[in-house]
Design a protein around this ligand. Sequence first.
Ligand SMILES: Nc1nc2c(ncn2[C@@H]2O[C@H](COP(=O)(O)OP(=O)(O)OP(=O)(O)O)[C@@H](O)[C@H]2O)c(=O)[nH]1
Ligand SMILES: [Mg+2]
Length: 225
Amino acid sequence: MPLPLIAVGVAALVSAVGAAGAATRRYFRQPLGVMVVGQSLTGKTTLLNHWRGEWEDDPLRTLRSVRIAEFEVPTKDKVLGIERYLVFQNVKDVSGLDEAMRGFLDEVKAAAAVVYLVNAVHLHEEEARPAEQPHAAEWVRVLDDAGRIKRHCEKAGKVVIGVTHTDLDPRFAALGPAAYLAAVTEQLAAVLSKTGAGRTSVVAGSLLTRDSAAEFAEAVVETLL
Ligand SMILES: Nc1nc2c(ncn2[C@@H]2O[C@H](COP(=O)(O)OP(=O)(O)OP(=O)(O)O)[C@@H](O)[C@H]2O)c(=O)[nH]1
Ligand SMILES: [Mg+2]
């Protein structure tokens, strides 16, 4: 089964550096290839829409790949205290059901960073699964995709596992954000060992509302920078 591919692009990291009040700013561009992947209904289009400043409560499923014009995502460098911009170029939004991985294999292999979205509902179902029941297809797919990231994304310096739909996982309300993140990170240990624990970070959140999406999208960008 091919790796579902949503956003393949050459993204450039732009840093704006300037003294307060100065009329001029110095910029440097650092090319960064970013992929956003994940199976269907994990929130890929919603995340991309948010980054682009667009919002739909219920986006249409991505059935055909859609090319998106360049866009940039502002963020604050907390260490240097300056504005930075993650610039996405040549982005494609592709269905989680897309089976054309071969067509993107060069970009997949060249990616410097991977964002892999996982639906928290699938994680909760796996945790609640009685031992005698087989693993659900969605959980098997997460493990398989981790293997694909390991095989094809050797060059990626960073892998972000973005757990979405936390509003639908009862553990989130019960544990609170920090303990929940620790719990799902532990649950994803087999995934991290495939994608490489040294380069992989886990971020968890909800894309249900604009505010929660903003928090999640910013956390992903901070992890990418
Ligand atoms: N409750 C909840 N709904 C979400 C969340 N993220 C996305 N959704 C909803 O889930 C549905 C699927 O989101 P999409 O962004 O279209 O998912 P996708 O990964 O692009 O799906 P495909 O295009 O089919 O591959 C939409 O109705 C979203 O509004 C979330 O964190 N919580
Ligand atoms: Mg989509």
